[in-house]
Design a protein around this ligand. Structure first.
Ligand code: ASP
Length: 295
């Protein structure tokens, strides 16, 4: 059996219009990944393609539409992991590549090192024969407006992490050969300090896959890193039901602002989408059909 689950971030989505745009985006992404799995494609190809579709969608905080730092710069993080081989590729703090997950995938396929940061990662993109873009191409009016609001009222954003809405994107999949993969891509947290690295490219925290589980997380990265969420889904699932394992991994750092969500699948095809935030935009597709977040 094959299955794919994608997410478009955790937080609170109060605007109905934005909620439907996000739901459309995750439905489109999960279908793209499913089409690959359905034709016998690999989990790692499926999660990459699903994430690319959301990076290209300005309604998410990844690729086009990434949030900006306090200094109004873009610093995107991404990571992809193939559970069957444990091969990994990831990038930290890049701004001149439209699809950080595809750069990560190239690193997974071509390099012996697994993680590259900033301009060194971007140079690899050129080495692989692609052109760098101007970071301005990733800015959207919506993000610039949110940045202006943030600068006017920084306390609100800091004290109200749910107000950060949604945006980080991720995908987890199991393919017909029983292989698992996970991918996550993000602009990070609006107004983050320049140089701050979130959970997304931290293996075993924001992104993790092996022969048993695949996990992609979203939310306040500092808590996801401290709670080692990805690896804890695996550890807790050895003695708990899959859903309970996901809840335990989430509550490992649950606190006043320990807000997060995750999607996960295991090698039996069980899946879960859990959250401590109000919303977690996700979609799942397998032989039994489509399921989306809808409350
Ligand atoms: N986890 C991401 C980070 O902290 C942000 C998010 O998921 O919205 O960089």
């Amino acid at each position: 059996m094959s299955i794919i689950v994608v997410h478009g971030g955790a937080g609170r989505v109060s605007d109905q219009n934005r909620r439907s745009l996000a739901l459309e985006g995750v439905k489109e992404a999960v279908q793209i990944g499913w089409d690959i799995l359905n034709k016998g494609g690999s989990a790692v190809d499926a999660v990459e393609a699903a994430v690319v579709s959301m990076e290209n969608n300005p309604n998410f905080n990844a690729g086009l539409g990434s949030v900006v730092t306090r200094d109004k710069t873009i610093e995107m993080d991404a990571l992809i992991m193939d559970g069957s081989t444990r091969e990994i590729g990831g990038v930290i703090g890049i701004s001149r590549v439209k699809n950080p997950i595809t750069l990560s995938r190239h690193i997974l396929d071509k390099e012996t090192h697994v993680l590259f940061f900033g301009e060194h990662a971007e140079k690899l993109w050129e080495k692989y024969g692609f052109q760098l873009i101007n970071p301005d191409e990733l800015f959207t009016d919506r993000i610039l407006q949110r940045y202006e609001n943030f600068m006017k009222d920084q306390e609100m954003e800091v004290d109200d992490p749910e107000g950060r809405k949604y945006g980080t994107v991720g995908a987890v999949a199991l393919d017909a050969n029983g292989n698992l993969a996970a991918a996550t891509s993000t602009g990070g947290v609006l107004g983050k300090m320049t140089g701050r690295v979130g959970d997304t490219p931290i293996i075993g925290a924001g992104t993790y896959a092996d022969e048993d589980v695949a996990v992609s997380a979203t939310g306040i990265g500092e808590y996801i890193i401290k709670g080692m969420m990805g690896i804890n889904v695996k550890i807790f699932s050895q003695t708990n039901s899959f859903t309970n394992a996901c809840d335990k991994a989430l509550s490992h750092f649950k606190g006043a602002i320990g807000k997060a969500g995750l999607i996960a699948v295991n090698n039996k095809g069980e899946w879960s989408a859990r959250k401590t935030t109000q919303d977690l935009i996700f979609a799942k597709l397998d032989d039994s059909g489509l399921e989306v977040f809808d409350v």
